[in-house]
Design a protein around this ligand. Structure first.
Ligand SMILES: [Zn+2]
Length: 301
């Protein structure tokens, strides 16, 4: 169905595979995710785009995880004014994220666009997959441009040896409302047919930017059919994704009650409630010294 997705509460992920198994694509219209992120973090325009692209990439990569309990963290450790950007996604493409400096802003770049590359800067990108083993799997690659899509493409090429095209885009209006956001990951599978690889490359080269397509009312089906133009393919599945935080009050209480003796004595002496707020969703939690000490007693019992 055509139509601008800004009225939807949920973002949509669609996946498809070429009939011969040479390539797969995962597409996400992440407009609602980016809007929620902007509301929570009160991002500047450029940071709405930077964090929005990072969240979209994380949603796409997360949706490729196999198990319910797996999680994927994208950590963009750049030296630009944005500071550290961290996003976490699950196997359903649900995501949460934050940037160290959500209000960082720069003038438009040389082609008049939001300067995401400048605000991110240079440094290292990490992809951390927690698959429930003792140690998470950590991959890293240098930040190439800071525009994020290129950096993810580079990451897959250099760290995972998987030829990948990553496209990401966030359009922000004058009032800093994200009105079109989304992206896709297109990956060649092992043993992919060269002719299909060439055709995909030329299809992608001819396409307009993904945010421009979404802004003009194209949906996932349209964009997948453009990428796979002239190639037989099958839609694999589709599902909703959203900005979702998993923070729990008990976790904060657990951390507070595990503080050292001196810190706890200070809290009791102070007598005031201790406040904690979640970096991902902004939820504020408050704990009385009594509650913290009771929890400590319970754990020691
Ligand atoms: Zn939270």
């Amino acid at each position: 169905m055509k139509g601008i997705s800004m009225s939807n509460n949920k973002s949509i992920i669609k996946r498809a595979i070429t009939s011969d198994g040479s390539a797969r694509i995962v597409f996400c219209d992440s407009t609602s995710i980016v809007r929620r992120s902007c509301e929570i973090h009160r991002t500047s325009k450029t940071m709405t785009a930077a964090l929005g692209r990072a969240l979209t990439a994380t949603s796409l990569m997360g949706s490729l995880l196999k198990n319910k309990t797996d999680s994927l963290t994208l950590r963009i450790d750049g030296d630009g004014p944005a500071g550290l950007i961290v996003c976490v996604g699950d196997y359903k493409g649900n995501v949460r994220g934050y940037a160290e400096n959500p209000d960082a802003e720069l003038p438009p770049n040389s082609i008049g666009k939001l300067d995401v590359g400048g605000v991110v800067g240079g440094g290292t990108l990490y992809v951390i997959r927690d698959l429930g083993m003792n140690e998470p799997y950590i991959g890293a690659s240098p930040i190439i441009s800071g525009e994020i899509a290129e950096d993810i493409t580079e990451y897959f090429a250099s760290s995972e040896q998987t030829p990948t095209v990553c496209a990401l885009g966030v359009r922000v209006d004058r009032n800093n409302i994200a009105y079109a956001a989304g992206g896709y990951l297109l990956q060649l599978m092992p043993g992919a047919d060269d002719a299909i690889a060439d055709k995909l490359e030329s299809n992608v080269r001819l396409m307009r930017s993904v945010s421009e397509l979404i802004a003009s009312g194209e949906d996932g089906d349209d964009i997948i059919s453009a990428v796979f133009s002239g190639i037989e393919y099958e839609m694999f599945d589709e599902f909703d994704a959203e900005y979702l935080c998993s923070c729990k009050r008990e976790k904060y209480l657990d951390a507070l009650s595990s503080l050292g003796k001196d810190d706890l004595e200070d809290i009791v002496k102070d007598g005031k409630p201790v406040e904690a707020s979640c970096r991902f969703c902004g939820t504020k939690y408050s704990f009385s010294p009594d509650e913290i000490m009771n929890e400590r007693e319970k754990k020691r019992a």
